[in-house]
Design a protein around this ligand. Structure first.
Ligand SMILES: C[S@@+](CC[C@H](N)C(=O)[O-])C[C@H]1O[C@@H](n2cnc3c(N)ncnc32)[C@H](O)[C@@H]1O
Length: 397
């Protein structure tokens, strides 16, 4: 990374502009590359270099960008994509600090443009801008409309700062399904298809400085690919307020609710999921405590999955499925363990390959799970002890 000499100061932070060491075919010199970044200076030496190669995109691509009606352009599946499947890999063309409210912000954002190659500049300027020019300059408007949160290294003793990346392709994904006639026809068959429940999510990888986008459930060729713009567990009013920043009102079936009762029900379901870990029985204590019911974790996690289904929050399923699978492992129920573990394997294949491989290993050899059948064995022992106690009691004194 090559830094800009003059910093922009805010409190203890000194922001500088630099280029990520990503080159594209338009990069004509070592300082004009595919991505320009406005960063708090202590972050710079912590960035990985050289960057690892990102995963390969598919050829031909799994997606295409096309008109999505009132939403402007959108991203669509070029073919059927299975749940957990990789959709695309994208590197940022600009990285900006989130929520920096400083008088120099506009100048600093505009200074990014000359620092990137022509190809990146064209890609950046082609992105949507929901802010009128009278309200903010073009780069700031594009960043506000398109930035996806990315995690950069946190320097010791430096101020906490969040960053957003602007991506040429990932930033094209809208917040809900297209209202095209084909979507409406499918929605009539399966109303859930039309929900703003997501069908894709992104995962940032610092080492390769890229995001990968994955399918959260099966996506059919021609479906619009949509991602989350809001904290999906927040109440409807908060979600709507947040989306107003992007200058639209979500009209999905989870936001466009018929009455106050429906809003209360939906908000309560999301609040329950948000507080799940504080309110529900926990897997680890259950797995070694015979005083708790055998099905306590399964019942609790099935309820979470039902709420997820009700609210269309498919990105949240994996930890609950995982606990159900492991509960069946602790109970020694092989067929149900395999059934649930396979769902974890499929959903995590792209996004969390290590977890996927771990579960695949246990499916191949269930006994290799260290607590396999523990509760079943304990139950046998307890029953034997109970028999002994019964015998003792029957002996006349
Ligand atoms: C990150 S961009 C998405 C891609 C954009 N549609 C384009 O043409 O490049 C965000 C903008 O897309 C539009 N958008 C996204 N989801 C929408 C939705 N559900 N309804 C209406 N507009 C939406 C809004 O204008 C928003 O400011």
């Amino acid at each position: 990374m090559d830094d800009c000499a003059t910093p922009w100061i805010r409190g203890t932070q000194a922001f500088v502009i630099g280029n990520a060491l990503i080159t594209d075919s338009g990069g004509s010199s070592s300082t004009v590359t595919a991505c320009a970044m406005l960063l708090d200076a202590p972050v710079i030496p912590l960035l990985p270099r050289p960057l690892a190669a990102p995963p390969q995109n598919f050829s031909p691509p799994t997606f295409y960008i096309a008109d999505a009606g009132v939403k402007g352009a959108g991203m669509f599946a070029a073919r059927d994509i299975p749940a957990g499947g990789l959709i695309l890999v994208d590197r940022p063309i600009a990285v900006v600090p989130s929520d920096v409210d400083a008088p120099w912000k506009r100048e600093a954002f505009d200074a990014l443009l000359p620092r990137i190659s022509q190809i990146s500049r064209d890609a950046l300027l082609a992105l949507a801008n929901c802010k009128p020019l009278s309200e903010c300059p073009v780069v700031e408007g594009i960043a506000l409309t398109n930035a996806v949160q990315i995690d950069l290294p946190v320097p010791l003793l430096a101020a906490l700062q969040e960053y957003g990346g602007v991506f040429p392709n990932v930033s094209r994904a809208n917040h809900r399904f297209s209202i095209s006639p084909i979507s409406l026809a499918r929605a009539a068959i399966n109303p859930d298809f039309c929900s703003c429940g997501l069908n894709a999510s992104v995962k940032w990888d610092l080492k390769s400085f890229s995001v990968s986008m994955y399918a959260l459930r099966p996506i059919r060729a021609g479906d619009e690919i949509v991602q989350q713009y809001v904290d999906v567990l927040s109440p409807r009013a908060e979600r709507r307020a947040h989306l107003a920043r992007y200058d639209f009102e979500c009209m999905c079936k989870h936001c466009d609710l018929p009455d106050e009762d429906a809003v209360t029900r939906s908000d309560a379901a999301r609040a329950e999921l948000r507080n799940w870990r504080h309110l529900q029985p926990r897997f680890l204590p259950w797995s070694t405590d015979m005083c708790r019911a055998d099905d306590a974790i399964i019942v609790s996690n099935l309820r979470a999955l039902a709420l997820i289904e009700q609210e269309g929050l498919y990105g949240l399923q994996v930890p609950f499925m995982e606990e159900i699978a492991l509960s069946y492992a602790v109970l020694g129920d092989e067929s149900r363990f395999r059934e649930w573990a396979q769902q974890v394997v499929d959903l995590c294949a792209g996004q969390d390959p290590e977890r996927s491989a771990r579960f695949a290993g246990w499916i191949a050899d269930p006994q290799s799970y260290k607590q396999w059948g523990w509760r079943a064995k304990q139950r046998l022992l307890l029953d034997k002890q109970k028999d002994l106690v019964d015998v003792d009691i029957s002996i006349p004194w």
